[in-house]
Design a protein around this ligand. Structure first.
Ligand code: ADP
Ligand code: MG
Ligand code: ZN
Length: 486
């Protein structure tokens, strides 16, 4: 019997603002515990929240990029629950009237374009962090760090339009890419600046939406998201096929045991006693301000990919890889600026550079500015150096930060064009390999590759291969009787 998975994702993205959502504390990961706190984010009596305009702007820009309707008026609500890392005992979030609704995210999966609808996008504040490990008395105490408390978050909720774990990962990958392009979130799942909960149920294909869903938490990587969903779908199918029923609950992915485990039976929204926060006014977004943000949206991933194919004549495969991360795409464009052929630059980035740099964060290499890579590709194109030497030059560039021309000059790595010199090498090789020459004469013309390699070896890899090839051919042709000689 066939089952179909129904999946919807709730994604939390930490916004890259300088300060927190409702106070002026610094919003930064990794500072010493409890150094970025104030009466507002600690919930001390008499303090009042003031919304951060930069955070709202980032949320609006994201909503626009996801083709959502941005509402002229939205409302902040209190979501009430007790947790030690939540000093106010409520989180300021948005409930009835979120900042934006009804968007869509398109992405490619197995050669097809998939569309997943976005149900809503809202802003809220983060909670602090409970530290259960790392202290000498961690067996008896939990420590609290409130630096993250009040940090601005954006929650992006999809409709249950996703049908497989692989599609869930593709959706999240594309969403992360859009956030990186907008510069609103650093997308770091390990550090928790991008967090994802997955809701999943199973049904007969085409049946109505199941009346339960299981929420999976603790999915802090693409791998965990996919594995947890795969496990959970299998588990649910097993239960249903055994004639059982599934209940609404929240489960955690347990990486050690490779399974999901019940965390709590799912609470309902009304348990949180949401109500409009009396300390905050409705947020009225000036349409002109929103329009301004729309006009100033950057080029987004799909548009950039299209442009890379059109403007630089790149194959879709290259354009896709180069535009995954905007910093890589910027790097490529800056390298091409130097006048290097785009396809050759793309090859260098996708092979050599990706071997050296951190693909996930896409940090541009500190020692190899794009102009240096562009110059290297040009030198290769202009046959100043050979391909083999170019790789060595790149390694030195990476180590020393020097520009390629200086490296080649200093080490005398120019490919020789000197025809007399090359002819001498060719003669030597033919003399030293009399057997092969005989075989060549007898018709094994494939041996030209062998001779070529021998000459390049004599040249220490530093002869212009095209010139070597030409001179070698010229010499070999003279050895073989042409048809007219027979
Ligand atoms: P809640 O109020 O519990 O947060 P929502 O209806 O707001 O639930 O939905 C939360 C997420 O769950 C959304 O991403 C939505 O797409 C997804 N979802 C809703 N119903 C289902 C279902 N039957 N199976 C899987 N996911 C679902
Ligand atoms: Mg929810
Ligand atoms: Zn504060």
């Amino acid at each position: 019997m066939v089952w179909e998975a129904v999946i919807g994702l709730e994604v939390h993205a930490q916004l890259l603002t300088a300060t927190k959502m409702f106070c002026r504390c610094r919003n930064r990961f990794g500072d010493p515990p409890n150094t970025n706190v104030c009466p507002v984010c600690l919930g001390l009596p008499g303090s009042l929240p003031v919304p951060n305009e930069a955070a709202l702007a980032m949320a609006v820009r994201t909503a626009l990029a996801l083709r959502c309707t941005v509402h002229a008026v939205c409302e902040f609500s209190r979501k009430n629950y007790f947790y030690p890392d939540l000093p106010k005992n409520y989180q300021i979030s948005q409930y009835d009237r979120p900042l934006a609704t009804d968007g869509v995210l398109e992405f490619r999966l197995d050669g097809e374009t998939r569309r997943v609808r976005i149900r809503r996008l809202h802003v809220e504040e983060d909670a602090g962090k409970s530290l259960h490990e790392g202290f000498s008395d961690s067996d008896r105490y939990t420590y609290l760090d409130f630096n993250r408390c009040g940090a601005p978050l954006m929650e992006i909720v999809s409709e249950p339009d996703i049908r497989s774990p692989k599609e869930a990962a593709a959706y999240l990958r594309k969403l992360r890419q859009v956030l990186l392009y907008l510069g609103v979130c650093d997308g770091n799942m390990e550090q928790g600046s991008l967090r994802c909960d997955a809701n999943v149920s199973v049904r007969r294909p085409g049946a109505a939406l199941p009346d339960y869903k299981v929420e999976l938490k603790n999915l802090n990587s693409f791998k965990f998201l996919q594995k947890a969903l795969e496990y959970e779908i299998e588990r649910q199918v097993r239960v249903l096929e055994a004639g059982g029923t599934l209940i609404q609950e929240t489960r955690l992915w347990d990486e050690r045991h490779q399974r999901t485990e019940v965390m709590r039976t799912k609470e309902e929204a009304h348990d949180y006693r949401y109500f409009p926060d009396p300390d905050l006014l409705e947020a009225c977004l000036d349409p002109a301000w929103v329009e301004d943000l729309r006009r100033n949206l950057p080029e987004l991933p799909d548009a950039r990919l299209e442009r890379f194919m059109r403007q630089y004549q790149l194959p879709a495969y290259d354009a896709d890889l180069l535009t995954v991360n905007p910093r890589v795409a910027d790097y490529f464009e800056a390298a091409v600026q130097v006048g290097a052929p785009p396809k050759a630059v793309a090859n260098w980035i996708l092979s050599e550079l990706f071997r050296y740099m951190d693909f996930e964060t896409g940090l541009p290499p500190a020692t190899v500015p794009p102009t240096h890579l562009g110059q290297l590709v040009r030198m290769l194109q202009e046959r100043v150096i050979t391909g083999a030497v170019a790789k060595e030059v790149f390694a030195v560039m990476w180590e020393t930060g020097q520009d390629p021309a200086a490296i080649v000059q200093e080490r005398g790595w120019q490919a020789t064009q000197d025809e007399d010199q090359i002819r001498r090498w060719v003669e030597e090789v033919l003399q030293e390999n009399a057997d092969q020459v005989e075989q060549y004469r007898a018709g094994r013309t494939k041996l030209v590759g062998f001779f070529m390699g021998q000459v390049m070896r004599k040249a220490g890899g530093k002869a212009d291969p095209q010139r070597v090839q030409a001179l070698l051919q010229e010499r070999l042709q003279a050895l073989v009787p042409t048809p007219s000689d027979r």
